[in-house]
Design a protein around this ligand. Structure first.
Ligand SMILES: *Cc1c(COP(=O)(O)O)cnc(C)c1O
Length: 223
C-alpha cells in the first residue's frame, strides 16, 4: 500500500519537488516499505523517536527534523540530521551551531515562519527574521547553513486562505533572498505543503513537501 501511495504521489508532483515522507508515530516496518520503494528522505517530529529510528534503519536515509526542537535536545540529532525545518530563534541557532562545531559538520536549517491563523503554530515573522539575520551573533556562526524557509498553513477547508498563507511564505522567501542571500546558492528551499494542501503549496512555489498520512495512512495520535 505504501509503495502504491508513493507511486501515485510521484505521478502527481513535478520531479523538481522534493518529497519528505513524514513517518512520525509509524513503526520501522512501514518506513522500510517506503525505503524499499526508493524513498530516502524521511521526516520526524520527536527527537527520541528520530534517534531510535536513525539507529535501527539504513544509514543512507536523509532525516528531516520537522517538529519543535528544544535546545537541550539538539545534541542528540546534530551528528546526523539532514535538515532541521523549524528554527525560529537565535538561541536555537546558536545551539545548533555549537553542536555542528562539535560534530565537525555544517547543519542545514530552515527558518520557520508563522503564516497560519492558529496561535498554536510556531514561527517568526519577517521583521524578526530580518533582525536575526543582521545580529552579530548570527554573523559569527560557522557551522550552520540557512537553506530556506518553512511554514504550515491553517488547518481549514478554505482553500483560498491556505493559498494566501503559502503566498505569504513565498513572498517572505523572495524578500529574504533579495536582501540577505542574493549570492547564496544554498538558500533555495521553500518547505510548505502537507497531505491536505500540497497541491496548492506546489502551485504557490513550494520546493519541498512534507507528506505523512497520504503515504503511511492516518495516525492514531493527532500530531
Ligand atoms: C505531521 C506533519 C506533517 C505531515 O502531515 P500529514 O497531514 O500527515 O501529511 C507535515 N509537516 C509537519 C510539520 C508535521 O508535523
Amino acid at each position: 500500500m505504501i509503495a502504491e501511495n508513493l507511486s501515485l504521489l510521484s505521478k502527481k508532483i513535478p520531479s523538481n519537488i522534493q518529497l519528505v515522507a513524514v513517518s512520525k508515530t509509524k513503526p520501522n516496518e512501514l518506513l522500510m516499505q517506503a525505503y524499499d520503494h526508493g524513498q530516502r528522505h524521511l521526516g520526524e517530529n520527536k527527537v527520541q523517536e528520530l534517534v531510535s529510528k536513525h539507529e535501527s534503519l539504513p544509514k543512507d536515509i536523509n532525516w528531516h527534523f520537522i517538529g519543535h526542537l528544544q535546545r537541550n535536545k539538539v545534541k542528540y540529532i546534530a551528528g546526523f540530521v539532514h535538515l532541521i525545518h523549524g528554527v525560529e530563534s537565535l538561541k536555537l541557532l546558536k545551539e545548533i551551531d555549537k553542536q555542528g562545531q562539535k560534530n565537525n559538520r555544517i547543519i542545514n536549517v530552515l527558518l520557520q515562519f508563522h503564516i497560519a491563523e492558529e496561535t498554536s503554530k510556531f514561527g517568526l515573522n519577517l521583521l524578526e527574521a530580518q533582525q536575526l539575520l543582521i545580529d552579530e551573533a548570527y554573523l559569527g556562526f560557522s557551522n550552520i547553513c540557512i537553506s530556506g524557509v518553512m511554514g504550515m498553513a491553517t488547518f481549514t477547508d478554505n482553500t483560498e486562505q491556505v493559498r494566501n498563507e503559502f503566498r505569504t511564505l513565498k513572498s517572505i522567501y523572495n524578500d529574504l533572498k533579495m536582501s540577505f542571500f542574493k549570492d547564496s546558492n544554498d538558500f533555495k528551499v521553500i518547505s510548505m505543503g502537507m497531505s491536505g494542501d500540497y497541491e496548492i503549496a506546489i502551485e504557490e512555489g513550494s520546493t519541498l513537501i512534507r507528506v505523512g498520512s497520504s503515504i503511511f495512512g492516518a495516525r492514531d495520535t493527532p500530531i
